[in-house]
Design a protein around this ligand. Sequence first.
Ligand code: NAI
Length: 476
Amino acid sequence: KKVVRRITCVGAGYVGGPTCAMIANKCPHITVTVVDMNQAKIDEWNSDSLPIFEPGLEEIVMKCRGTNLFFSSDVPQAIRDADLIFISVNTPTKMYGKGKGMAPDLKYVESVARSIAEHAEGPKIVVEKSTVPVKAAESILSILRDAQRTNNNLTFQVLSNPEFLAEGTAMRDLSNPDRVLIGGEDSEEGAKAVAALVEVYESWVPRERIITTNTWSSELSKLVANAFLAQRISSINSVSAICEATGADVSEVAHAVGFDTRIGNKFLNASVGFGGSCFQKDVLSLVYLCESLHLNKAAEYWHGVIEINNWQRRRFADKIVAELFNTVAGKKIAVFGFAFKKNTGDTRESSAIHVCKHLMEEQANLHIYDPKVTESQMRSELAIESSEKNVTKLVTVHSDPYEAAKDAHAVVILTEWDEFKTYDYSRIFNSMVHPAALFDGRLLLKKKEMESIGFRFFGIGTAPNHLTRVGFAATP
Ligand code: NAI
């Protein structure tokens, strides 16, 4: 007999929604309820237009919803009903008080722990799915143990089970994960709880890909995994700057270096910088952790990853201004892509926001097109970085890329949407102000091809022509 029959997930976001849809799909014997305090979001999960876009998500939700997958805002009821509760609420960088701008804000995680303590009537396995600093499980457990003092029907085990899905490929990652990581208490009860969660995943994940560790290793592994991923991007981006100054080509370098099996060829694409709600937040969380432990060298080392990312965004924006004859004030600039990466409508920490912000500081008129991001989303993200007044004055949002580019001095590609590769760039070129520039922040287009159309072309990590023609390194 299976131990876990009823799962509740608190937090119906980018992680909670897809993860629970996958569990419901793969485990027909389990009833999965996803709850959120945001009623509007729950209504959307229950409607025909889901609150988030992920390839393959809608099919599974439509298949399982109402059978063994439910969305509700009744948090207390869902807590009472569950054998196992996932906490997958947001843990954004704290914007106030101690650790401001560095530490993750754990107030949402704590409030879920308090709700569980208040409403649980029997034994529960509580699973941290949110990304948290090392030892967060201890705080959750202290809150739960306190409830146990007054009600001896209650027993709690807290597990760490960080999520490694990537937005844009969430369903594929969930259905075929590289690994599932479960950390638990080093005790008989801990081992039992770990086994119960292993059993859930074993419904579709091969046992050898389910790693079990102690709680703290599991919590730390998530931060370290994201720090390593972000570091690879910053590493290749630092190389892209060397390429631009010398005539080496970053794609060729990445290809040559990635052939080494110890290095590997994934995650070596130079770009305008990483974005998304996780990399920056989790690296900063690791930096904060190092600082709290007085490991200042380690803190500095990881902070470099963030510094390179900010520098790369700035460098790209500066390049645009420089190449447009050092002034973009009043010029129309078309921006292709606003999401932080392709196949998602998520804009959190998108590099596009930062590049647009720099261009707005120079008074450029931005004409933005993105296939999945709504106009209001773009405007509110930019208003946070700039001001509502500036956004009204400088930003126009288009639903047609050709309209966005018409009469523009430049097209700037900021997200790697596949459709950007398929456009008729001759048509775009002919509709623009000449000389027309194309800035490829995602290495999507072929330089030679674009130049033969007539564009002045600038790709990340590729040298401008005067360098490659004569073939010598720029003197510093
Ligand atoms: P999200 O912001 O999309 O969703 C979180 C949801 O939790 C929101 O809908 C919010 O209303 C709800 N919530 C907050 N406090 C609540 C409470 N007390 N009761 C009920 N609902 C509450 O966040 P997302 O992106 O799903 O991230 C969740 C966690 O997973 C974060 O810790 C994040 O670092 C981590 N993570 C995110 C990944 C991603 O790709 N987005 C990937 C791996 C981990």
